[in-house]
Each structure stands twice: as structure tokens, then as C-alpha cells.
Ligand binder design. Structure first.
Ligand code: SF4
Length: 476
């Protein structure tokens, strides 16, 4: 069955954002949470004297991966298979979902436990498994909250960022078997989730994970998490299935150190990550005895061919760009209509799917181009540059295309440009008197300018151009 991909926006961003902006509680929750993480990040980043060198080196390493992608994938596969893993290749979401569902069925399992993974969210794995009669249980606390609420994540790292603790208690009371607590203290809520999940871990036969990094040299997978739920999934079930985007590769184990310094400081504002698991193949008698790695393309090799847009594939999903983005802070993640929200979502989703998919063409416009995202990105992705590139290369409405090509024709010739300015000044002359008390700006213009003045004022052309003024005042 072909299903809606969770990286394809259904509603154009302006309409979705307008809807989310009406929710004052959401804005308060988001403002508080992003401010806290942002401040923590700034403090711990300031402690690292070689932060800029680290960023540079990490960006270079990721670019090397993109340059050598086929070779490094082959190296990873050879090393992983040599260590006892089985490697599968999935060209798209449907192929990846089918591989995972088959592997779970082969184990006779009806449910799987999951470690938080953006790749599995991107392909809609939980929904695909449900269609196959398999229940996927999220074990990350925030993902569990979102799953119990029958909601979708609104932040890469803090999927339940849009809920406060009173709302979370309500969700648990309604949906978590055995939850009876009256308190919404974080320790009480976390304790209840721990108890519920502990029972689940002990009976699971199959776990599904993603990977933060995949080391080509050794065939190792690296998972970085904060709660220890990942460790449980990586050690208790007999079968482990990892769905890994092909861009997650690192060439060498020695490269990992830079990323383990950059990632926790950029994401949670911590100096070190609480649980970092590195595992290679299978070890007889220790941990899962069957390891399957599904290498996911889903638009990545196509994106890697775009000389400007490919930098988006450096992303290590730290979410620092979300926490500093003035647009994200106000609209939240759901407005982007994709599991990748915020600045990285605005450049990644349209590239992975193509800008013609759903309303994804509206995403590169979900930005003020202020550049805060570029400043904090640990792998130096120039997000504003890619946004502009996607705006230039993406599909545009016919009316906009016509206006732009006319403007381009007028502006290519000095005489045409002067004539156009003269005509605009003459046309605006009768409006000067009526707009004087608004500082000479139009507040409501007739079509086709209505779209502009719906959100901002339109200044009238100056009564005299600079050139005319110069000529008049410097006659000799
Ligand atoms: S684009 Fe950069 S800042 Fe944003 S999530 Fe990716 S790595 Fe982090």
C-alpha cells in the first residue's frame, strides 16, 4: 500500500503556521523550552576553545563522506558483514519498511521496542509495521508521550516539547496502563514511564534502532542517547534491526571523537553524552545474536548530487538550529508538516522528496534568513544559502514567474528601468496625500499586491530618485 510519507507536508507552511500561531499555550511551552536549551548550549560551547576548529573539521569529514559515498558504503558493508551483521539496502521508504516487517515476521514477533530514530520516523515505520500487524513501542520518554497521545513529534530532539507536565500527566492518565498518580512532578511521571517500559523491555524479542554514526572502517554503529532506554534495546532482545541513513557514515573510528564533542553540547547543552553505545556485528553469548542493518537512501544520493544542497546531508540532527530559529520558536514543529521541522527541515524535506511533493515547496520560505541557524550548526551547514538556492530552483506559481521575468527584463536595461521608475512615481503621485499620515506607505493595496499588504506595508516609490536629486543639486 502506498502511504503518505511523514516528510511530505500536506498544508503549505503559511497556512499551517497561521493555525499553530493561534495556540498561546504552545507558544509559551516552546518559548520556555527553546530558551532553556539555547542558554545551556551557549554556556557549554563557550567553554571549548577550539570549537570553531572542531566545526571546520567535522564539516570536512562529512563532505568527505559525500564525496566517497559508494566506496565508504562498500567498506562499511564489508566490515559489518565480516563482524556477523546482515546488511540490506533500501532505495526508499517502502523498501525499508518491507525489509523490517519481513525480518520481524521471521522472528515470529508481534511487537518491537524502538529507540528514538529520525530515519524510522522519516519512513513511517511504526505505521507500516501496524499495517503488518506488528506493534512498535517507543521507549524514549518523549517519544512515548507523543505515541501515547497519538500525536506527531514537534522537535527533533525533544519530540514532546509542545507539552507541559500537566498535559503529560493527563496523557498518561488516559492512555498508560496502570497509571494512577495525581502528581505531575517530573520524577513521578518519569517513574511511571520507567515501570511501564521495564515490563516491555523484558518481554521484547526484537528491537529497532537508527544510528547517529556508522563507521565505515570497522562496520560499527554508534547510538547516542540520554535515558538508558537505548542500552536496554541494544542488549536485551535477541534480534536488533538498525535503519541507517547512508549519510550517517564516518570514514574512520578516529573521526568519531570530534562528533562526540560537538553533538551533546549542540543538542542538549551537555558536556558529555550520558549513554554512548558503539557496537560491531554480533558477539556470541552477549547481546543480540542477530543484527540487521538496513542502509536507507530515500532521496539521499540524489540530494548529494546538488553542489549547494548536499551540505544538508552533513546534518547530525542535534537540533541546535531549531532552538535558535525565531520562526520555529513561534510556530513549533507541526507547522512544517514533516518529521524534520525547523531550519534543517526546511532544507532537508524538500530535497529528499523533491520540491513538487505535497506542499514541500513552501518550506524553503519558512525562514527570515537571519542566519542564526548557520551560526550554531556544529557541522557548518549554511542553511540560509541552501534556502535561497531552493527558492531559486524550486517551482513557483505562474503569476510569480511572470512578475519575476518581467522585472528581470526591465532591470536588464538602464533606459527601461528609468522609464519604469518614472511610471511608478507618476502612478503613485495621487496616493501621496492619502498615505501621508501612515508615513507614505500603503496599508491595503489592490490585487495583485493584496498578498503583500496582507502582512506588511508597501512603501510608495520616492518622489525623486537619487540620480535625479544628484543631477538637480549638482548641476555644474
Ligand atoms: S542543521 Fe546543523 S544545527 Fe540543525 S540539526 Fe543539523 S547539525 Fe544540528
Amino acid at each position: 500500500m502506498s502511504r503518505h510519507l511523514p516528510i511530505v507536508a500536506v498544508t503549505p507552511f503559511p497556512a499551517a503556521a497561521a493555525h499553530e500561531l493561534k495556540d498561546a499555550q504552545l507558544r509559551a511551552n516552546l518559548g520556555r523550552a527553546t530558551r532553556t536549551i539555547r542558554d545551556k548550549r551557549a554556556r557549554v560551547v563557550a567553554e571549548v576553545p577550539d570549537w570553531e576548529e572542531l566545526r571546520e573539521r567535522a564539516a570536512r569529514t562529512k563532505d568527505e563522506v559525500l564525496d566517497r559515498l559508494p566506496e565508504l558504503l562498500a567498506a562499511f558493508e564489508a566490515a559489518a558483514v565480516g563482524a556477523g551483521a546482515v546488511v540490506h539496502h533500501a532505495a526508499d521508504a517502502a523498501a525499508a519498511n518491507a525489509i523490517v516487517a519481513d525480518l520481524v515476521r521471521q522472528q515470529g514477533a508481534e511487537r518491537v521496542v524502538k529507540i528514538k530514530s529520525m530515519a524510522t520516523q522519516e519512513i513511517g515505520l511504526n505505521e507500516a509495521l501496524a499495517d503488518a500487524g506488528i506493534t512498535a513501542i517507543e521507549t524514549d520518554l518523549a517519544e512515548l508521550i507523543v505515541q501515547l497521545a497519538d500525536d506527531t513529534p514537534s522537535h527533533i530532539l525533544v519530540p514532546a516539547i509542545h507539552y507541559n507536565r500537566a498535559q503529560i500527566r493527563e496523557i498518561f492518565a488516559e492512555r498508560m496502563p496502570g497509571f494512577t498518580a495525581e502528581s505531575d512532578e517530573p520524577a513521578v511521571l518519569a517513574g511511571a514511564a520507567r515501570e511501564y517500559l521495564r515490563r516491555t523491555f523484558l518481554s521484547a524479542q526484537v528491537a529497532v534502532c537508527g544510528a547517529n554514526f556508522a563507521v565505515a572502517e570497522t562496520g560499527s554503529l554508534v547510538i547516542v542517547e540520554s535515558e538508558g532506554n537505548g542500552r536496554m534495546c541494544l542488549t536485551l532482545p535477541g534480534t536488533l534491526i538498525a535503519v541507517v541513513g547512508v549519510e550517517k557514515l564516518l570514514p574512520r573510528m578516529a573521526d568519531l571523537g570530534d562528533f562526540l564533542r560537538l553533538l551533546p553540547r549542540s543538542s542538549t547543552g551537555e558536556r558529555m553524552n550520558p549513554y554512548t553505545s558503539i557496537f560491531t556485528g554480533v558477539t556470541p553469548g552477549d547481546g543480540p545474536q542477530r543484527l540487521h542493518v538496513v542502509l536507507l537512501d530515500n532521496g539521499r544520493t540524489k540530494t548529494a548530487q546538488d553542489p549547494v544542497g548536499r551540505a544538508a546531508l552533513r546534518c547530525i540532527r542535534c537540533s541546535a538550529c531549531l532552538n535558535v530559529c525565531p520562526v520555529y520558536e513561534r510556530t513549533g514543529g507541526h507547522a512544517y508538516g514533516s518529521v524534520y521541522p525547523g531550519p534543517i527541515g526546511a532544507i532537508l524535506s524538500p530535497q529528499l522528496t523533491g520540491q513538487d511533493a505535497g506542499a514541500n515547496r513552501s518550506l524553503p520560505y519558512a525562514s527570515t534568513l537571519c542566519g542564526a541557524c548557520y551560526d550554531v550548526c556544529p557541522v557548518k551547514i549554511n542553511i540560509p544559502e541552501i534556502l535561497v538556492h531552493l527558492r531559486q530552483t524550486g517551482p513557483k506559481p505562474a503569476a510569480e514567474r511572470a512578475v519575476m521575468s518581467t522585472l528581470s527584463w526591465v532591470m536588464r536595461d538602464r533606459r527601461r528601468w528609468r522609464a519604469a521608475l518614472r511610471a511608478a512615481r507618476t502612478g503613485a503621485a495621487p496616493l501621496r496625500a492619502v498615505t501621508r499620515r501612515h508615513g507614505g506607505t500603503l496599508r491595503r493595496a489592490p490585487w495583485p499586491m493584496t498578498a503583500w499588504t496582507a502582512h506588511r506595508d508597501a512603501p510608495l516609490p520616492a518622489p525623486e530618485s537619487f540620480r535625479d536629486w544628484w543631477r538637480r543639486t549638482h548641476a555644474e
